[in-house]
Design a protein around this ligand. Structure first.
Ligand SMILES: Cc1cc2nc3c(=O)[nH]c(=O)nc-3n(C[C@H](O)[C@H](O)[C@H](O)COP(=O)(O)O)c2cc1C
Length: 335
């Protein structure tokens, strides 16, 4: 079990609701967040969300048990609603998470059941209209995801205009800001815009606790804020019609230069470029480069948000949380 260190806290309605010190949430990142990174965020006083959308029952059971063994911090589980999740929801609920976070869909049909199981409901939204519907359905926490965010991004509004609009629509329901935030200045700005905390993905990729591949992390560190693209039909093998933000690479550059050719005619279509265990990964497949993968890591979907420009080194998760809190305190001129 890890130990919490003392860091200056900034209490918010969200931190009080879930019982953590800091308004910093680890984004669920399928393929990059496993129990080590989630526990490190929890032990630093933040709130981790475990990605479970594509996981088997065995993986959910093992990972959530490992997380419990490494931290006593509360945590949420994440399920993407672009596919049926009824069975996974039950596997997750059996581990008594603090919350279930739904992404890419409407949480309303699940609210009563999740509440009856003693967990809160969180939902990612990308418009104020969606936010209003979620609040009416009884969702407890909203995540406003701006289009700067890394990974799959449904909306097209940036965090700066989206966040206050969602906060206004949410009323007393806490709102977390996701997308474009990688340091304490971002946390301070989000709090000023009405957020109750921030959800950070890209920043936590570059940590020793991350499950991302070392080559992917090296590209994250080298990238500038202008090195990502937001596309729908680029890494669409395995999950189509789902817009995503990803680092530019030679494959993406060629596809863009050639005018976004379709799945059948594009360069290297169908070619196996990497492996994970016995599974083959083809060019343009939607998959996070995991540390166990071998092959052409650079050609894979290296998800990253525009805040990647602020990520310049691999740092321990606890040190990142410390630094964010110290810088947010300074930016907000808190004692
Ligand atoms: C590598 C990666 C994988 C992601 N996987 C998921 C996921 O499984 N479920 C989800 O709800 N969001 C996922 N996201 C989106 C994050 O939840 C979050 O919105 C985003 O990371 C915030 O933007 P930032 O990367 O600029 O911090 C992913 C993001 C990244 C970078």
């Amino acid at each position: 079990m890890g130990t919490k260190t003392i860091r200056p806290a900034i209490p918010t309605p969200f931190t009080r609701m879930v019982g953590v010190d800091h308004p910093i949430v680890l984004a669920p990142m399928a393929g990059a967040v496993e129990s080590d990174l989630a526990a490190a965020v929890g032990n630093a006083g933040g709130y981790p969300i475990m990605p479970c959308s594509w996981s088997s029952k065995e993986t959910i059971d093992t990972e959530l048990a490992n997380l419990r063994a490494k931290t006593d911090a509360p945590f949420a589980v994440n399920l993407c609603l672009d596919m049926p999740q009824d069975a996974r929801l039950e596997y997750c609920l059996s581990h008594r998470p603090n919350a279930v976070h739904f992404f890419w869909g409407d949480a309303a049909p699940f609210v009563e059941h999740v509440h009856a199981n003693g967990a809160l409901v969180m939902q990612t939204v990308s418009t104020s209209k969606e936010a209003k519907r979620a609040v009416e359905a009884g969702v407890d926490v909203l995540i406003a995801q701006g289009w700067e965010a890394g990974g799959h991004v449904k909306g097209t509004v940036a965090t700066l205009p989206l966040l206050p609009a969602v906060a206004d629509a949410a009323g007393s329901v806490p709102v977390l800001a996701a997308g474009g935030i990688s340091d304490g200045r971002g946390l301070a700005a989000a709090l000023c815009l009405g957020a109750s905390g921030v959800v950070m993905g890209t920043r936590f990729l570059a940590t020793p606790e991350s499950a991302a591949h070392a080559d992917y992390i090296a590209h994250v560190i080298a990238a500038q804020h202008s090195d990502t693209v937001h596309e729908t039909d680029l890494y669409n093998v395995g999950w189509s019609n789902a817009a995503h933000r990803v680092l530019r690479n030679a494959l993406a550059d060629r596809w863009l230069e050639e005018g976004r050719p379709d799945n059948q005619t594009r360069h290297r279509s169908g070619e196996i470029i990497a492996k994970r265990g016995g599974n083959s990964i083809t060019a343009y497949q939607s998959t996070t480069p995991h540390h166990t993968m071998t092959g052409e890591i650079e050609a894979l979907s290296m998800w990253a948000g525009q805040s990647v420009g602020l990520v310049n080194s691999v740092d321990p998760t606890g040190a990142i949380v410390d630094s964010i809190m110290a810088k947010a305190h300074a930016a907000l001129r808190l004692p």
